[in-house]
Design a protein around this ligand. Structure first.
Ligand code: TYM
Length: 335
């Protein structure tokens, strides 16, 4: 047994590459704190079925996601890395939790509302509606202390806390009530072409996205074409200057300087200077991750070995929790 706090988190394999928001909002904070914690990081492939995905690409995207976790700096020996669909307890617990979730409560999840507002309710499937309940299962099975995520997942972690408390008070103390852990900078990276919307794997145009597996040239080009704002002053102001503020936030997150320090550095300079500096800083951070990810992907058997070992460890924890849940709700247990 370890006395370190336990954390759990994951990223959907819904694209070939993670983007800069995934990296700054989640992967880098995971890596930075890994040695202080007991870590479970997984790839929520069941979640990816909520959007239309070609069956032929999912397995490869799942491997690519794991490769980027490791390339970003997660130690595959010290951490438990696994795939959601390898651990059937996630889907099993989701059923139980769906029976303690109110329909109205699930309807209030903003991510569902946003996605249906864009595509219309007929475009959405029931899985998209119940997705936060599956996410709550992912978390509660492992009894983590903290869930390190970007800001957009805050409401889902809140729901997880509510469901854990409700289950515990109805059936007895089974779950730990986890905290969301959200980084100070980079918690919400915005789209470079539309800087009032978050950078997303599913946004229509890739021009606003920086992908980890992009070439240096492509990354620099996207940053240099980023939409900026009226005026010339380089100042952090999300309302009046969303484009410039996004670039300053990215710069601050990548370089470790505060936004105030960055504002000072660019005082009196032009938007073009800021873009060049952001592009250089981002390329310096991302290029080694891309290189390493490509190396790892050249040896899929080694990735599969890591995942097989992660599966064993994850299942042991998940099966014990699900057993406690089944006993608590009063199922007749198999002898
Ligand atoms: P996903 O795959 O959309 O994103 C993975 C992680 O990246 C963060 N993130 C961002 N951070 C900053 N700026 C952005 N533009 C940005 N876009 C994404 C997300 O907050 C997240 O931390 N539902 C989750 C996956 C999931 C999960 C879980 C996470 C399923 N089960 C259990 C934690 C615990 C999702 O779709 O994240």
């Amino acid at each position: 047994m370890t006395s370190q706090p336990r954390v759990l988190s994951g990223m959907q394999p819904s694209a070939d590459s993670l983007h800069l928001g995934n990296y700054l909002g989640a992967l880098r904070p995971w890596v930075q704190r890994q040695s202080e914690q007991e870590n479970f990081f997984f790839v929520p492939d069941l979640h990816s079925l909520t959007s239309r995905i070609e069956p032929g690409v999912l397995a490869e995207r799942t491997r690519k996601t794991v490769a980027q976790y490791i390339a970003g700096g997660l130690d595959p020996e010290a951490n438990v890395l696994f795939i959601q669909s390898h651990v059937p307890e996630h889907a099993e617990l989701a059923w139980v939790l769906s029976c303690v979730t109110g329909f109205g409560e699930a309807s209030r999840m903003t991510q569902f509302k946003d996605k249906t507002a864009k595509g219309g309710a007929d475009q959405a499937n029931v899985g998209l509606f119940t997705y936060p309940i599956l996410m709550a299962s992912d978390i509660l099975l492992y009894k983590p202390d903290a869930v390190p995520v970007g800001d957009d997942q805050r409401q889902h972690v809140e729901l997880t806390r509510t469901l854990a408390q409700r289950f515990n008070s109805r059936f007895g103390e089974v779950f730990k009530v986890p905290e969301a852990s959200i980084p100070a900078a980079g918690a919400r990276v915005y789209d470079l072409q539309n800087p009032t919307s978050k950078m997303s794997k599913s946004s229509e145009s890739p021009a606003g996205r920086i992908e980890i597996l992009d070439s240096d040239k492509q990354i620099a080009k996207r940053i240099k074409s980023a939409v900026t704002d009226a005026g010339t002053e380089i100042r952090f102001d999300r309302e009046e200057k969303p484009g410039v503020s996004n670039l300053l936030d990215i710069y601050s997150s990548v370089t470790g300087r505060t936004v105030a320090e960055a504002e000072e550095e660019f005082a009196g300079k032009m938007y073009g200077h800021l873009k060049v500096a952001v592009a250089e800083a981002v390329v310096a951070e991302i290029a080694p991750v891309r290189e390493r990810a490509l190396e790892l992907l050249a040896d899929p058997a080694e990735l599969d070995r890591i995942l097989a070992s992660g599966r064993e460890k994850a299942r042991a924890v998940a099966a014990a929790t699900l057993g406690d849940v089944y006993s608590a709700v009063g199922f007749l247990r198999a002898g």
